[in-house]
Design a protein around this ligand. Sequence first.
Ligand SMILES: [Zn+2]
Length: 314
Amino acid sequence: MNLINIIKGTKDFKMLEKEAVEGTLSQAILLQTKDSFYASEFAKALSMLILDGGKACQTCENCQKIEAGAHPDVKKYPLKEKLLVSDSEEIVSESFIRPIFADKKIFIIENIDNSMDSAQNKLLKTLEEPTKNVYLILTCANSEMVLPTIRSRCNKIQLEKLEKSDILKLVSNRLAVSLCDGYIGKAIALEKSKNLEDVCEKAVSVLCDMKHSREVLKFSKQILDNKSDIMLTLEILAIAVEDMLKIKSGKESLVRLPFKERLSLVQSDYSVRALCEIALLLEKLSKEKVYNINFTLAIENFLLNILEVKYLCK
Ligand SMILES: [Zn+2]
């Protein structure tokens, strides 16, 4: 099983497959998902579909060249970090040149929402009236950041998250899969993270084991030990809080972290109001991290606040 096979089984892909077979596939397609890795792989599968006459078989020469990232008629942009006016100019002029190997030509433009308006503007005419047999596949995390004039010229597809069962076919670390929220790119990145188990354990232990204000320093040190994983720690804490709320409302089957028993044991120490307050504190703390405010102090305050709301919102 590979990711292309999983993509081929999704509703999103099947719809495009039907259009390709019927000859109604749009020549300008905008794929939206927060998972840029998935967007890139989906664009690859879609290129196979287009060049392989509606099949994406993965074995013919067209498919294999696409898989290897070496198909002369599939061009990927941006060439550098973000799409520049010069990239767009190249796409426009290249779109008039006939394909070399296949009978169609594809331009994949990734993360179009990161590019300047001027670079996007250069593509308007090509998107509106693409040359015969030219396809443009754009990807973005947030289509609100794409010029409305670009959006309106594309068939916009909001890619669905993947099923947990599908992600488990490719990523064996169950913790990574429970944390990824349906985003395969995130699951793969989490699986590579060496400290994942440790970070998770330390985050959960804040809610389960911290009982007294004199322990705040010890717990803040634990969190700050994995400096590069602080955002992950905060994310896991937020999921643990959600999980406790689920346990409280009898929706235990929806719990995401593999700590159901530990969280069940301490959930009665937290009222629903306390958990909601902690969720808000976590949001605030994430923002402080982004703005690089003195973070050691912010963490210590946060931990004290947890104890406080736990006590006050009994
Ligand atoms: Zn093929």
